[in-house]
Design a binder for this molecule. Structure first.
Ligand SMILES: *Cc1c(COP(=O)(O)O)cnc(C)c1O
Length: 397
């Protein structure tokens, strides 16, 4: 079979695909570790990892092998029959999480949606409360409920009426949260680091304050760890660095290292609210193929000292960027946690992004004027140095 040309693919894309994304070159054909190759054979250093999905690097050998083996054994049997992988992965995630119970879904939005349903179930047994406090500049997904929870109204313009039951307040503002609590409130829902919104970590005081508020007022603390989970910020889950425990949290992106896989984890008490065949479900969720990938991902964390590397390389990248800040006026701020970093570039962002790409480095954007970096959690010192050299040339003085 001959490889189609870039022009043929463009024509098919423009004719047959709903234009929710622009047709965007390069067309990628292969990945390995921190590297991607396009249709023309050009190599890129990938600081996007498919938006923090291929966090262990592209085509991680153990994950690819686990998928290949499972693909020729059993791919799917539905949740009407148990499989060998889902309960074992749930156990691993429970041990590394809040020792709770896990529900498997297929995407971040879907995991958040199930967690929000659980919050309503809980609220309806606790005085008929249903309101959830959410935050400006947050991002929780593209379904109707997760869009209503997302503090960026532009994404739901023209799709009104909004799903009711969400109250939006400023992030990192404990007093605003306190003021927004009413007899209808059942939960507070947030990302520990707002990622899409511009890479804003929660302050320690804020997250610990929210935990305290929830305990005092009898509310649930729900965390969206879809992007921050699975080692991205230097601990297995981000909340662990804040010394708090949520009542429930979601994770998705990196859970399957490229296979669609997501989950939410509930405290044991919350999990009891769910009733078989009634309160929630998913056809694909937790199928043997996806959970084989998840198990291989979790094993790689143990065997390959991934978290140590995130701390070491995250610090090296951050130190390099901080040093550059003194030389480049365009760099207004460097922030983030672990290997989820943002460079505030304001007007210089489009030029810097284009120049990085010209020089073979792929980066993301976030919020307003922010370059977002999500390299592989297994990135090497040499790759960090290579990226820093490219930033130095690409970011205006
Ligand atoms: C990506 C993301 C989502 C949505 O995940 P999908 O898999 O695209 O549905 C939700 N919350 C956060 C924090 C995310 O980064």
């Amino acid at each position: 079979m001959t490889t189609p040309s870039s022009e043929e693919i463009r024509a098919l894309y423009q004719d047959a695909m709903v234009p929710t994304y622009n047709f965007s070159t390069p067309i990628m054909v292969r990945g390995e570790g921190s590297r991607l190759w396009d249709l023309d054979g050009r190599e890129y250093l990938d600081f996007t990892t498919g938006i923090s999905v291929c966090s262990l690097g592209h085509c991680h050998p153990a994950v690819s092998q686990a998928i290949a083996r499972q693909a020729s054994t059993l791919m799917h049997c539905s949740n009407l029959f148990c499989n060998l992988n889902a309960p074992r992965l749930a156990h691993e995630l429970s041990q590394r999480g809040i020792q709770g119970k896990v529900f498997f879904a297929n995407s971040g939005a879907e995991a958040n949606e199930g967690m929000l349903k659980t919050a309503r179930l809980w609220g309806s047994c606790h005085g008929g409360r249903h309101e959830v406090i959410v935050f400006q500049t947050s991002f929780h997904g593209r379904t109707l409920a997760t869009l209503a929870a997302t503090g960026q109204p532009i994404f739901r313009q023209g799709m009104e009426p909004d799903m009711p039951g969400f109250v939006t307040v400023p992030y990192n503002d404990l007093q605003a949260v306190e003021k927004a609590i009413s007899p209808r409130t059942c939960a507070i829902f947030l990302e520990p680091v707002q990622a899409e919104g511009g890479v804003y970590p929660a302050t320690r005081d804020f997250l610990q304050g929210l935990r305290r508020l929830c305990d005092e007022k009898g509310l649930l603390l729900l965390l969206d760890e879809v992007q921050t989970g699975m080692g991205r910020t230097g601990s297995f889950f981000c909340f662990q660095q804040y010394g708090i425990r949520p009542d429930a949290f979601s994770t998705a992106k990196a859970l399957g290292n490229g296979i669609p896989l997501a989950c939410f984890q509930l405290s044991r008490k919350l999990a009891e609210l769910h009733k078989p065949g009634l309160t929630h479900g998913s056809t694909f969720g937790g199928n043997p193929l996806a959970t084989a990938a998840g198990l291989a991902v979790v094993q790689a964390f143990d065997q390959e000292k991934v978290l140590e590397n995130v701390m070491r390389q995250g610090q090296a990248l951050r130190d390099g960027l901080e040093a550059m800040k003194a030389r480049h006026k365009a760099i207004r701020d460097v922030r983030g946690m672990g290997l989820l970093l943002g460079i505030q570039l304001d007007d210089a962002l489009p030029e810097a992004t284009a120049k990085c790409r010209e020089k073979g480095l792929l980066t993301l954007t976030a919020g307003k004027g922010v370059m977002r970096l999500l390299p592989s959690l297994k990135i090497t010192s040499q790759e960090v140095q290579q990226a820093l050299e490219i930033f130095d040339e690409a970011i205006p003085i």
